[in-house]
Write a protein that binds this ligand. Structure first.
Ligand code: ADP
Ligand code: MG
Length: 158
């Protein structure tokens, strides 16, 4: 598995900013990690990289925030409060999951059964040095994306 350690919040945010450079319409990022791990911070970096003008706040209560001011639409979801994945149906989630923007889902494992076939999974773990990001790409597009991002040859990690 390809992993990166970020030692400061700024480093994690910057990683998101760099990741955003590779994003295209329809891309899907599934974030996991404990409360306070840095999922929202990473999303803030992604938003910066997409040149979203608004401030990015956690959509914990509304489940989804949509930003249209950047290079691509950004759909930022936090599904922590869902009791069942099926509650996503009421939110018209397919419009986001299969839309022309970039979808970022915090606590994605909660809706694992509804995730698309191809996506970039990222788990953020709290480690003594800071935060460890563990990449789990599903689909060759995302394998290439993390190769570009990290400079690692993904075939060595399969
Ligand atoms: N090395 C680090 N990388 C990322 N965040 C860190 C780090 N050290 C401390 N933090 C703090 O952890 C918090 C992460 O919060 P947040 O992004 O809201 O987490 P989540 O969305 O996963 O619940 C921020 O307050 C951030 O400043
Ligand atoms: Mg959060």
């Amino acid at each position: 598995m390809i992993k990166i350690i970020t030692k400061t919040p700024q480093e994690l945010e910057y990683l998101g900013k760099r990741l955003a450079q590779f994003l295209q319409p329809g891309d899907f990022l599934a974030l996991d990690g404990d409360l306070g791990a840095g999922k929202t911070l990473l999303t803030q970096g992604i938003a910066q990289g997409l040149e979203v003008k608004e401030d990015i706040n956690s959509p914990t209560f509304t489940i989804i925030h949509e930003y249209q001011s950047g290079r691509l639409p950004l759909y930022h979801m936090d599904v922590y409060r869902l009791k069942q994945p099926e509650e996503l149906y009421d939110l018209g989630y397919e419009e986001y999951f299969y839309g022309q923007g970039v979808t970022v889902v915090e606590w994605a494992q909660i809706v694992a059964s509804l995730l698309p076939d191809e996506y970039l999974g990222m788990e953020i773990a709290v480690v003594p040095e800071g935060r460890e990001l563990r990449f789990a790409p599903f689909g060759s597009r995302y394998e290439h994306m993390i190769e570009e991002l990290t400079g690692c040859d993904y075939s060595k990690y399969r």
